[in-house]
Design a protein around this ligand. Structure first.
Ligand code: GUN
Ligand code: ZN
Length: 425
C-alpha cells in the first residue's frame, strides 16, 4: 500500500471538481499488479484509517491530480508539429504523408515511439488514443514500448487504400488482415487496447470502410478512431466521393463505424442531425482546439454539442495540434469556446475544461471509473503538479481565492514545467 499526502483534485460523478487542500491518496496493487486507488479524500478524515504506522509520501505545496487523457494524437507526427500549410489537405500532402512514409522502417518507428511516450509522460498525459501509420510495424513499435511502460494506451494502424501517395497507401484487403492480426496481438494485452483506424473517408475505398465495419462488429470492445468534418475542402471531397450518404458523418454510419467506443476527431462542421446521430450511436468527439486553430479549420461548437447531447473530450491532435501539453489544449479550448463570430461565444469553466481532459475523456472512451479520475477503484495514474513552478505561476496561484481561480491560473499559465512527476499505475 502507498500513501501520498498533498492537495488532491478529483471529480464527482456529475463532473464537478472535488478538491482537498490537505488530502490523502491511498493506492494498492490489484491481482494483476496494477496500482488502484483504495481511498482518496481529506487527510483529517482518512489519515487515521489508512496512514497510521505506514510511511507517507508527503508533498507540501503540491497538487495530486488525475493523469490526463488525450483523446486523439498521432505519434508519427511528433516531427510534423509546426509545419505551416494552406489548410488541412495541403498540410497532409506536403508534410504529413512524407513523414509518415518513414515509419515503414521499424527502427525509426521505435525511436519516435520512445520519444513520443517520454513526451506524454513529461506533460502528464497517462492515457491516449493514438494514430499510428499504415505500417503494421509502426503499431508494433508503439505497443511494445507502451506495454513495457505499463501504460493504458490505445492505438491502431491507419487504413488508407486510395488518394494517398506511395509509401503510405495500403492494400485494401491486406490492411484489413493486418488490422485483425494487430487486434489479436495487442488488444487487451496488459492495459493496451486496439483501435480500428480508417484515416478519414476520402482515403479509404467503400470496400475498405465496409471491411473495417465488419471487423468492428466482430470486436465490439475494440475502439474505432477517425476524422470527420474538420475542414470545408475535406468535407466537399468526402461528399463527392460518397454522394449517397446523408452527411460526411453519415458515411461512417453507413459502414457500421459509429458506435460505443468510436471517437471522431474534430466534428466542427456538423449539424444537429449529426450531433444526434453521435449521441444515439454512443460515439464521441475528440475536440482538438490547438490543431483547429493552427490549421484554420474552424471552431468546435460546445453549446450545440451540449444542447443535443453529443459526448466529447479534449485532444492535442499532435502534429496538426501544436503542443503535447494538456494545459495548452485546455487554454485553446477556452478560447475556441469564447469565439463568437461563427457561433455564440461561451465561457467554459476551468472545472469543465479539466474534466474534458481527464474523467470526461475517459468516459468518452468507455473507461469511466478506470482512468481519468482518482476515485476508489480507478487505476492509479496520476500527476504531481507544482503550482509554484514558475515565478508567475507562483504569484498567480498564491493569489487564487477559490478552486476555480487556482485551476484557471494553471490552465492559462501552465505547461510541462507544472508537471513535477507522472505516476503510472
Ligand atoms: N484528416 C486526415 N488525416 C488527418 C491528420 O493526420 N490530421 C488531421 N488533423 N486531420 C486529418
Ligand atoms: Zn488527427
Amino acid at each position: 500500500m502507498h500513501c501520498y499526502r498533498s492537495a488532491l483534485l478529483r471529480f464527482a460523478e456529475d463532473g464537478s471538481a472535488v478538491y482537498d487542500e490537505d488530502g490523502l491518496l491511498v493506492t494498492a496493487p490489484d491481482a494483476a499488479g496494477v496500482q488502484r486507488v483504495v481511498a482518496a479524500g481529506p487527510w483529517n478524515v482518512l489519515g487515521r484509517q489508512y496512514a497510521e504506522g505506514v510511511p507517507v509520501t508527503h508533498w507540501p505545496g503540491r497538487i495530486i491530480a488525475p493523469g490526463f487523457v488525450d483523446l486523439h494524437i498521432h505519434y508519427p507526427q511528433t516531427d510534423v508539429i509546426g509545419s505551416p500549410a494552406g489548410g488541412l489537405l495541403p498540410w497532409l500532402e506536403t508534410y504529413t504523408f512524407p513523414h509518415e512514409a518513414r515509419f515503414a522502417d521499424p527502427q525509426h518507428a521505435a525511436a519516435v515511439a520512445r520519444f513520443f511516450l517520454d513526451e506524454l509522460a513529461r506533460n502528464g498525459v497517462t492515457s491516449a488514443l493514438v494514430f499510428g501509420t499504415s505500417h503494421p510495424c509502426a503499431v508494433d513499435a508503439l505497443m511494445q514500448e507502451a506495454g513495457a511502460r505499463r501504460l493504458r494506451l490505445i492505438a491502431g494502424k491507419v487504413l488508407q487504400d486510395r488518394h494517398s501517395p506511395d509509401g503510405v497507401r495500403d492494400d485494401t484487403e491486406q490492411g484489413l488482415l493486418d488490422t485483425e492480426a494487430l487486434i489479436e496481438r495487442w488488444h487487451g494485452r496488459g492495459r493496451l487496447g486496439y483501435a480500428i483506424t480508417p484515416r478519414f473517408a476520402p482515403t479509404s475505398t467503400p470496400r475498405q470502410l465496409a471491411g473495417a465495419g465488419e471487423i468492428a462488429a466482430r470486436h465490439p470492445d475494440v475502439w474505432i478512431q477517425s476524422h470527420v468534418a474538420e475542414n470545408l475542402d475535406e468535407i466537399r471531397w468526402a461528399r463527392e466521393l460518397f454522394p449517397d450518404s446523408r452527411s460526411y458523418l453519415g458515411i461512417y454510419d453507413d459502414f457500421g463505424l459509429l458506435r460505443h467506443r468510436a471517437i471522431y476527431a474534430h466534428c466542427i462542421h456538423v449539424d444537429d442531425a449529426d450531433r444526434a446521430l453521435m449521441r444515439e450511436r454512443g460515439a464521441a468527439a475528440a475536440v482538438s482546439p490547438t490543431s483547429n486553430l493552427f490549421l484554420g479549420s474552424g471552431f468546435f461548437d460546445y453549446a450545440s454539442a451540449d444542447r443535443v447531447g453529443m459526448a466529447y473530450g479534449l485532444a492535442s491532435d499532435v502534429g496538426g495540434g501544436t503542443s503535447f501539453s494538456p494545459f495548452r489544449t485546455m487554454l485553446a479550448a477556452y478560447c475556441v469556446g469564447r469565439e463568437g463570430q461563427t457561433k455564440p461565444g461561451i465561457s467554459l469553466t476551468p472545472e469543465q475544461l479539466w474534466w474534458q481532459h481527464t474523467a470526461g475523456a475517459a468516459r468518452a472512451l468507455g473507461l469511466a471509473g478506470t482512468v481519468g479520475n482518482l476515485q476508489p477503484g480507478c487505476e492509479a495514474d496520476f500527476v504531481v503538479l507544482n503550482p509554484a513552478a514558475t515565478p508567475l505561476l507562483a504569484r498567480r496561484t498564491r493569489a487564487a481565492t477559490s478552486v476555480a481561480e487556482l485551476l484557471f491560473a494553471m490552465i492559462v499559465l501552465g505547461d510541462d514545467r507544472l508537471v513535477e512527476r507522472t505516476f503510472i499505475a
